[in-house]
Design a protein around this ligand. Structure first.
Ligand code: ZN
Length: 259
């Protein structure tokens, strides 16, 4: 199984500014960089579209959180995985992410947007636990939205934001404990933030953590190359054992794999 965890709006420096024992333990047993880069505009839907389709916003044309069909569509990770016979599942709590897979391509999708309070992720997390424990899917996408929500409510790096990240780290620890030992996993953010917003090319918005673990991934390894959001899908494809699509512009992070 390959699991991809998104922690929306998580800044790399927040992971050391507040207790995140589960994320820190993951760094110790995997390959990581705290200098991966978002795309411009550093906004959630453009970022996720770039991530799942391995092209920059200039290619896919989605520049706000309002989805529009691509002028020149290309297959993303989910479509390529489906064509290769892989079963994918999405578990999330931000509805526009449904468009990160075309209709009929997912084997399972769960979405519910609860009230915007500190328990925002808890219901989604319970469902994510159920889905990974079922072991029915080759690929599972799990999206935690509450850290970003706290950033907008309290300000990035403010106590309310940091406290929410610690809460999500504890949820993530439960997810980690539920995964089979041969799971490949990537955890990252889509963008950071500053004040109560994000979307600019400031380092506070653009720098994101990127962590990978799995039986074929080096342990305690600091990734040397530059990584962009568009490199995640080719890397997930390698973890799934499928070939990248020719129109994808990102590249697999080959250096982090054991030969
Ligand atoms: Zn976001």
């Amino acid at each position: 199984m390959v699991v991809f965890v998104m922690i929306d709006g998580m800044r790399p420096d927040a992971m050391t500014a507040t207790p995140c024992p589960n994320l820190q333990a993951l760094i110790a047993r995997g390959a990581s960089t705290m200098q991966a880069q978002s795309v411009m505009p550093s906004i959630t839907l453009p970022c996720h579209t770039s991530l799942f389709h391995s092209v920059p916003p200039t290619r896919h044309g989605i520049t706000s959180n309002y989805f529009i069909p691509m002028a020149r569509p290309l297959p993303g990770l989910i479509e390529v995985a489906r064509a290769a016979g892989k079963k994918s599942a999405f578990v999330h709590n931000w509805e526009p992410l449904r468009d990160m897979a075309r209709p009929e391509q997912l084997s399972y999708a769960w979405c519910h947007e609860p009230p915007l309070d500190p328990s925002y992720d808890d219901e989604m997390h319970a469902e994510a636990l159920r889905v990974v424990k079922s072991n029915r899917y080759d690929f599972v996408f799990v999206y935690y939205g509450s850290v970003d929500t706290a950033g907008h409510a309290y300000g990035w790096m403010e106590p309310g934001y940091l406290g929410q990240l610690s809460h999500v780290d504890s949820l993530f620890g439960e997810l980690l404990a539920a995964l089979p030992s041969d799971t490949h996993l990537i955890v990252q953010a889509d963008h950071g933030g500053h004040d109560r917003t994000h979307g600019t090319d400031m380092p506070e918005d653009m720098n994101i953590p990127w962590i990978a673990v799995g039986p074929t991934v080096k342990q305690g390894y600091t990734i040397q190359r530059a990584i962009s959001l568009i490199d995640t899908t080719p890397t997930l494809a390698r973890m799934l054992g499928i070939a990248p699509h020719e129109e994808w512009e990102g590249t697999c992070v080959d250096e982090m794999f054991v030969d």
